[in-house]
Design a protein around this ligand. Structure first.
Ligand SMILES: [Zn+2]
Ligand SMILES: [Zn+2]
Ligand SMILES: [Zn+2]
Length: 489
């Protein structure tokens, strides 16, 4: 050891110094280059306009705005005058593990989207406040015993067919890697787990159809007649449990047949909706495609169903805000929140190298294996292996529930521009892709800008009453960080 560290170059290698110096000097060189860049202040403006996005997309091009009335050119914008002759746009990644600033904006949008469906606003009529509305959580069934916090299955004596203990009895810490992984990997139903995730979207669809059927039964009308009497509007988010299975949190609202402006019939109360939801969840059952690899699988929701009315004694603005905050929180997470991966897997060899738990590797591996079966080709399990088989959107909603991400983004853009674009103008743009991401020095500065903006938000949040969430409230005032500026869009 002494001999090795006596040699200066060996010591440097041992300490990883060369590596670190190389890394440092690259950042330094880049910072020097930035310092000498003629358009530095405009470049900083651009980065601030993306909110310090971790991986912006660059465009090169121009746009021209004409008056519809006279046909004259009103404005012209070109990236020719921008630093590097390009414009930076947000990456818009919703995952906090990929881009903090963009996921934060997405969370704010999700909050508005859910909140508008509960309380009105953003183009949703305020009447929705009086409609029966419930909050529910739908889980998956068990695919095998997994380690849990507290006394881990302490009550279970004995061993499984593979000689492993049925109750481990230990107290696992909340953040320990253990929680959510199976007590016996051989007992654990990996195909069933992956098939459930892959059918979660279909199970949700079957559930909402069933809600109509069960409302019809409760009202004593036919299945098609009930759709002429009312409409079931809903928004749901998918969350990964520690064991790597998707479950849903959802808000379900009853409207009249014409939608949010229309009262549902008087018999369709919140109690009736709660009852219909309960019975509908229990009735859902889908058959997975039969395969020699695993035989037959019937897919159902778990027995644990939590459903309660959002209105009633809880009828307060805070209740709506809490629910919206709860739902929005999950929209910035994917399978990586349960210890999975946040990007696509492209080969079986890559799965062996993933830095994940054995359980996650087994789940991704099961997706890859099952994804090779022709009878499951339609589930595209290989393309969605990183999502552990689930290929739905994190947040989905029925059209009439509320506003859309698209219109929320447009509204944000309008705010930055100082109002909606004049109706009597039309803009034609010519854009092409001009790169993505930062150089090392640029990344350091962008990170600093993102941190500054985050600190400002936190200070603001500390001065808001409880229940006010994330950036949702302050959103419109953060003009500097709200997507790319109106220039050139
Ligand atoms: Zn971003
Ligand atoms: Zn345990
Ligand atoms: Zn076993």
């Amino acid at each position: 050891m002494n001999g090795l560290l006596g040699d200066p170059s060996a010591r440097r290698a041992y300490l990883g110094l060369d590596e670190r110096l190389r890394g440092l000097s690259e950042v330094d060189r880049d910072l020097v280059r930035l310092g000498q860049m003629p358009g530095l202040s405009r470049w900083l403006e651009q980065v601030a306009a993306t909110g310090g996005c971790a991986r912006p997309v660059y465009l090169r091009g121009a746009s021209e705005t004409f008056s519809v009335v006279s046909g004259e050119l009103v404005r012209r914008y070109s990236t020719a005058g921008e630093p590097g002759e390009r414009l930076a746009l947000r990456c818009r990644n919703r995952r906090s593990s990929r881009c903090g600033p963009c996921s934060w904006l997405h969370q704010g949008d999700s909050w508005h989207l859910v909140h508008a469906g509960l309380a009105g606003g953003k183009g949703v009529p305020a009447e929705v406040r009086s409609h029966p509305t419930v909050f529910l959580t739908l889980t998956a069934p068990s695919f095998g015993r997994v380690h849990r916090t507290g006394g881990c299955h302490r009550e279970r004596p004995g061993v499984c067919a593979h000689g492993r203990t049925l109750g481990c009895g230990r107290v696992h810490p909340e953040d320990g890697g253990f929680v959510g992984s199976p007590l016996c990997v051989e007992c654990y139903d990996y195909p069933g787990h992956v098939l459930w995730n892959a059918h979660a979207g279909a199970l949700w669809k079957a559930f909402t159809d069933n809600v109509y059927h069960h409302l019809a039964a409760l009202a004593g009308v036919g299945r098609s007649a009930v759709r002429r009497l009312l409409r079931v509007s809903a928004v749901k988010v998918a969350e990964y449990q520690r064991r790597g299975v998707v479950h849903f949190h959802a808000v379900v609202r009853l409207d009249g047949p014409a939608g949010p402006t229309d009262q549902p019939p008087s018999w369709a109360t919140a109690d009736v909706l709660v009852e219909a939801v309960r019975t509908a969840v229990g009735a859902v059952a889908l058959a997975a495609p039969v395969s020699a690899a695993y035989g037959e699988r019937r897919l159902r929701f778990g027995v644990q169903v939590d459903v309660h009315e959002i209105r009633g004694e809880e009828n307060s603005p805070e209740a709506g805000e809490r629910v919206a905050a709860y739902v929005a929180k999950y929209t910035t997470k994917g399978a990586e929140a349960a210890g999975g991966v946040d990007r696509r897997v492209t080969s079986a060899a890559e799965i062996r190298l993933l830095r994940v738990s054995a359980h996650m590797r087994a789940l991704v591996g099961a997706c890859w294996r099952l994804g090779g079966l022709p009878e499951l080709a339609h589930l595209r399990l290989r393309a969605w292996a990183h999502m552990l088989g689930f290929r739905g959107h994190c947040l989905t909603k029925t059209r009439s529930f509320s506003t859309t991400y698209r219109s929320l983004r447009a509204e944000r853009g309008d705010y930055v521009r100082g109002g909606p674009a004049p109706k009597r103008e039309v803009t034609v743009g010519f854009w092409r892709f001009a790169g993505i991401g930062y150089r090392p020095g640029e990344a350091v500065i962008a990170e600093g800008i993102a941190l500054d903006l985050e600190r400002t938000r936190e200070i603001a949040r500390d001065h808001l009453p409880p229940g006010w969430v994330g950036g949702a409230r302050r959103e419109p005032r953060r003009a500097g960080a709200a997507g790319h500026t109106g220039r050139g869009s």
